[in-house]
Design a protein around this ligand. Structure first.
Ligand SMILES: Cc1cc2nc3c(=O)[nH]c(=O)nc-3n(C[C@H](O)[C@H](O)[C@H](O)COP(=O)(O)O)c2cc1C
Length: 149
């Protein structure tokens, strides 16, 4: 059993819906889960020693939503190297925009630069093809959950 902090970045609530489904899947596999709609650096500092799952959409032109952008800045400016961090990333976007899933990739790039280890592939969910993003997310989370040791 692992402790997982789910950090959500959303504008319209799609990512929150996906995060809530992920929470259900993870709990059903026996993990201890907490979901943060506006995650603080303090919460991040705790979960970087356990497991982090980021679920974020993209807004503007490849930007992170306001609900997670301050956390991105705090991680960038104050955390630095964090090789102990193990995380997963689900990025929601829309391929009709430039910078497809740019917000998720921006955070992933930062965490990679900081030496963190991503578990599994980054999942991109395209709103153009998936009107119900949770149907794509659930099988991915089931697999991801089984990799937490
Ligand atoms: C104003 C606006 C800007 C957007 N910009 C991007 C973008 O640059 N890249 C992208 O992949 N998707 C973009 N999207 C699509 C959203 O990321 C996508 O619809 C997502 O499912 C929204 O999830 P949310 O409800 O969690 O915010 C944009 C959507 C809006 C409304």
């Amino acid at each position: 059993m692992a402790e997982v902090g789910i950090f959500v970045g959303t504008v319209y609530g799609n990512s929150l819906l996906v995060a809530e489904e992920a929470e259900t899947v993870l709990k059903s596999q026996g993990h201890e889960v907490k979901l943060f709609e506006e995650g603080s650096l303090e919460a991040w500092q705790y979960y970087r020693h356990h497991f982090v799952l980021v679920v974020t959409s993209t807004t503007g032109q490849g930007d992170l939503p306001d609900s997670i952008a301050p956390l991105y800045v705090a991680i960038r400016d104050t955390v630095g190297y964090q090789p102990e961090l193990r995380y997963g990333l689900i990025a929601l976007g829309d391929s009709s925009y430039d910078h497809f899933c740019g917000g998720g990739h921006k955070l992933d790039d930062l965490l990679q630069e900081q030496g963190a280890a991503r578990i599994g592939d980054l999942l991109e969910i395209d709103a153009m093809e998936n009107p119900e993003p949770e149907t794509v997310a659930i099988p991915w989370v089931e697999k991801w959950a089984s990799l937490l040791k």
